[in-house]
Design a protein around this ligand. Structure first.
Ligand code: PLP
Length: 397
C-alpha cells in the first residue's frame, strides 16, 4: 500500500491523554490511583445550564444551525466580550466551535502557509505544536523560565522572530504553568508584534480561573491595531465545567473569521445545537457556582503548593491561574529512587504511577523535562494523600 501522509505519520500522541488512559486502566483493575493528571474541573456543570439543555431537547427542534453559530449564542458571546474584556464585536466576527481546540485549529489553519513559523512559549500546552504541524507550519519554541513565572518578555519574543514568522500563541492564564501575563507585559509584547507585523492567537480558556486578585487581561484590548491582529480564543470547558459539551468560540477581524467559518463549514459544520443553547444560557446566567469553584481552586492551590514545598528534592512556585502546578524535579534527576534511575520526567512519572499509584504528567510533554505537572482539579483529601505518597517515595530513597 502507498504510504500515509508524512504529516499524519509523524504526529505525536498526547502524553497527557496517554497517562490519563494508563491511570484509568489501573483504576478499572481496582488499583487505588490518585490522579493529578486531569485537565478538567471535577465539579458538575452548573444545574441551570443542564436544565436549559434538557428543556431544549424536549422541544425537539434540534436541526442544523448556521455553521458559525446561532444568533442567540453569538449575541451572548458578544455581550460577554464587552462585559469582561471591553471588546466590541459583530456577529460576523464570532465563530462558535467544537471546544476551544477547534477554534485554535481554525485559527492556525487560517493563518499558516507551508513553512510559516508560529511562535510557541514553552512549557506549552501539548496540542499547539501538533496543530501547527497539521497545518504545514513550523513551531518555533521560546523557552520561559521558572524564575520568570514561566512568562517570556518582549526581548525573548523578538529574538525568535524571522521573516517567516506569522503569529505567536499566547496562553494566559497558562496550561501547564498557571502563569498570568499582566497588562504591562502584554503591552511590551504587543509592541514587538506590531513592529514585525504578526498575528496573536490569544488562548484565554482559563480566563476566569485567576487567584490572589490577579486579573486576566486580553492582548486584544490594547488598541485597535492589536484588536485587528488578535484572534481571541475562549470557551466553556474550564470555567463552566463543560468539557464534554464541546463548545468554544473565537473572535477576530472579519476576514479571519470568514476564513475560519468557511473551513469549519466544510469540516464539521455547526457545533451541536443543544450545546449552543446551553452555552447561551451559561453566559447569560449567574456566575455564583463559578465563583465558588474559583474559591475552592484557590484553596487547593495553596494546599498543594505548601505540601509540595515540604517534600525533599522537589519544589514549586505558586501559580496565579488555571489549575496546575509545575513541580521542579531537576534535583532528583539522575538519582536512583526505589531502584529506578530517574533519567527524565517520563521515568519519574511512570515510577510514581506504577509504584505509588499517583498519576502526574511528565514535563517533556510540555517541552521541559525538568518538571512534572500536577493538576489540582481534584479534592483536598486526594491532594493530601497523593502528596503523602510522593513524599514516602522520595523519603524512603
Ligand atoms: N487551550 C488550553 C490551554 C487547554 O488547556 C485546553 C484544554 O485542556 C484547551 C485550549 C481546549 O479546551 P476545549 O475543551 O474547549 O477544547
Amino acid at each position: 500500500m502507498k504510504k500515509m501522509s508524512y504529516i499524519s505519520s509523524n504526529l505525536q500522541d498526547s502524553i497527557t491523554l496517554a497517562i490519563s488512559a494508563k491511570a484509568k486502566k489501573m483504576k478499572s483493575e481496582g488499583k487505588d490511583v490518585i490522579s493529578f493528571s486531569v485537565g478538567e474541573p471535577d465539579f458538575p456543570t452548573p444545574n441551570f445550564i443542564r436544565e436549559a439543555a434538557k428543556e431544549f431537547i424536549d422541544q425537539g427542534k434540534i436541526g442544523y444551525t448556521a455553521a458559525t453559530g446561532t444568533p442567540e449564542l453569538k449575541e451572548e458571546i458578544i455581550k460577554k466580550l464587552k462585559r469582561d474584556n471591553n471588546l466590541d464585536y459583530k456577529p460576523g466576527q464570532i465563530v462558535v466551535t467544537t471546544g476551544a481546540k477547534q477554534a485554535l485549529a481554525n485559527a492556525i489553519y487560517a493563518l499558516t502557509n507551508p513553512g510559516d513559523e508560529i511562535i510557541i512559549i514553552a512549557p506549552y500546552w501539548v496540542t499547539y505544536p501538533s496543530l501547527v504541524e497539521i497545518c504545514g507550519g513550523k513551531s518555533v519554541v521560546v523557552e520561559s523560565t521558572e524564575s520568570d513565572d514561566f512568562k517570556i518578555n518582549a526581548k525573548q519574543l523578538e529574538e525568535a522572530i524571522t521573516d517567516k514568522t506569522k503569529a505567536v500563541i499566547i496562553n494566559t492564564p497558562s496550561n501547564p504553568c498557571g502563569g498570568v501575563y499582566s497588562e504591562k507585559e502584554l503591552r511590551e509584547i504587543a509592541d514587538v508584534v506590531k513592529k514585525h507585523d504578526l498575528y496573536v492567537i490569544s488562548d484565554e480558556i482559563y480566563e476566569k480561573l485567576t487567584y490572589d486578585n490577579e486579573k486576566h487581561y486580553s492582548i486584544a484590548e490594547i488598541d485597535e491595531d492589536m484588536y485587528n491582529r488578535t484572534i481571541v480564543i475562549n470557551g466553556y470547558s474550564k470555567a463552566y465545567a463543560m468539557t464534554g459539551w464541546r463548545i468554544g468560540y473565537s473572535a477576530s477581524n472579519i476576514e479571519i473569521a470568514s476564513a475560519m467559518g468557511k473551513a469549519q463549514s466544510h469540516v464539521t459544520g455547526n457545533v451541536n445545537a443543544i450545546s449552543q443553547h446551553a452555552g447561551a444560557v451559561a453566559l447569560a446566567g449567574s456566575e455564583d457556582e463559578l465563583n465558588e469553584s474559583i474559591l475552592e481552586f484557590s484553596e487547593r492551590r495553596d494546599l498543594m503548593y505548601d505540601l509540595v514545598n515540604k517534600i525533599k528534592g522537589i519544589s514549586c512556585r505558586k501559580p496565579k491561574g488555571a489549575f496546575y502546578i509545575m513541580v521542579n524535579i531537576s534535583k532528583i534527576k539522575d538519582t536512583t529512587i526505589a531502584g529506578v534511575r530517574i533519567n527524565n520526567s517520563m521515568t519519574f512519572a511512570n515510577l510514581l504511577l506504577e509504584n505509588s499509584y499517583v498519576a502526574v504528567v511528565p514535563g517533556i510533554g510540555f517541552g521541559n523535562d525538568d518538571f512534572i505537572r500536577l493538576s489540582y482539579a481534584t479534592n483536598k483529601e486526594n491532594i493530601i494523600e497523593g502528596l503523602k505518597r510522593i513524599e514516602n517515595l522520595l523519603s524512603n530513597n
